[in-house]
Design a protein around this ligand. Structure first.
Ligand code: AHM
Ligand code: MG
Length: 332
């Protein structure tokens, strides 16, 4: 019944976060602060991304940084920006980032939250002006505060997420997130520097006619995946694959469809990472009425073992994910 909490389109993200906080009985405002910290870093990263096409031009005029080094890559810049925002914000003790092998201790040992983040996903698309994204997942720590976060804090199953979201840097920049009370989308207005509620209470269609999978690997699809893809073609589905997870996911969330990254010869566990790619999007899709699994098991119930582990993913409209699962079960 998230409708009783509805706020009008055009509400700013800050106000929305504040008002929603009043709906949590024991909320202390820490999670709200954390979400605002992420939104702030997203604005900064958005600015860097928008300027990225100009870097080469500026470089041609000798515009290197003070150390005389070339500009850092945008995914590295994004990583620095998000980590800095989470460190300065004070609510997060430990971070898992795609850009860092080890867990990052922020020094905020009183922080009650841990974050898993892919600061800039789809980064091979930056140079060619294609949409890219940030994906994040928030957990409450399980170890007592007052010391560094532990791997037990970081390696919780997706069902324990307290919030998750993504930012898509596209033709418009948007932030979409859930705290387990439905999904809301905010569009960025660059001249005002604000995110505004544009997509309240997003629900995803129960079915759809878009399938998104990299068919370049079709030679190594399992029989079940191959049969499902053939079924999509028999039903005259549209194939849509940007190769930028957030963009492919966002389109399918709004229009209905299924995104698949299956096991392949190159990646027996697929390519995508459980903690900061699959789980956050799984939380969002479920909150929007869709589904996510590894083909056999609900994504959010997978017990993680390592921060960067991968898993196959079938995510999107409920009926399509269930159909794919049925094809996989039949192959066994
Ligand atoms: P990255 O984290 O190295 O950017 O890789 C993740 C990206 C996703 O955005 C995208 O869905 C996928 O890799 C595409 O992989 P492929 O080119 O194998 O289809
Ligand atoms: Mg990634």
């Amino acid at each position: 019944d998230h409708n009783k909490l509805a706020l009008p389109v055009g509400t700013t993200l800050d106000r929305f976060i504040m008002r929603k906080q009043e709906d949590f009985p024991y909320a202390t405002g820490e999670l709200s602060q954390l979400l605002r910290d992420i939104a702030l870093a997203a604005k900064i990263v958005n600015r860097e991304i928008n300027r990225s096409g100009l870097i080469d031009i500026a470089g041609a005029y000798g515009n290197r940084n003070v150390q005389g080094e070339d500009q850092q890559k945008l995914d590295v810049i994004a990583n620095i920006r998000f980590i800095r925002a989470l460190r300065n914000g004070g609510e997060v003790c430990t971070i898992i980032s795609e850009e860092d092998e080890e867990m990052i201790q922020t020094g905020n040992n009183q922080g009650k939250y841990v974050v898993a983040i892919d600061p800039l996903d789809g980064s091979s698309n930056i140079d060619v002006n294609v949409s890219i994204g940030t994906i994040f997942s928030i957990y409450r720590r399980v170890s007592p505060t007052g010391r560094e976060g532990t791997s037990a804090d970081c390696l919780q199953p997706g069902t324990h997420q307290v919030a998750a979201g993504y930012v898509i840097y596209g033709s418009s920049t948007m932030m979409v997130y859930t705290t387990g009370n439905g999904v809301n989308g905010f569009t960025y207005e660059p001249s005002l520097g604000e995110f505004f509620l544009s997509h309240p209470d997003i629900t995803t269609p129960q079915t759809g006619n878009i399938y998104s999978i990299n068919e370049g690997s079709s030679e190594s699809f399992s029989p079940g995946v191959a049969a499902f893809v053939k079924d999509c073609k028999d039903n005259k589905f549209s194939a849509r694959y940007i190769g930028s997870l957030v963009a492919d996911f966002h389109r399918n969330l709004l229009k209905g469809g299924i995104y698949i990254y299956p096991a392949t010869a190159k990646g027996p566990q697929g390519k995508l990472r459980l903690m900061y790619e699959c789980n956050p999007l799984a939380f969002i899709v479920e909150q929007a009425g869709g589904k996510s699994s590894n083909g056999f098991q609900r994504t959010m119930e997978i017990e993680p073992n390592t921060p960067h582990e991968r898993c196959p993913v079938f995510i999107g409209s409920k009926e399509l994910v269930e159909k794919a699962e049925a094809f996989l079960t039949k192959e066994k």
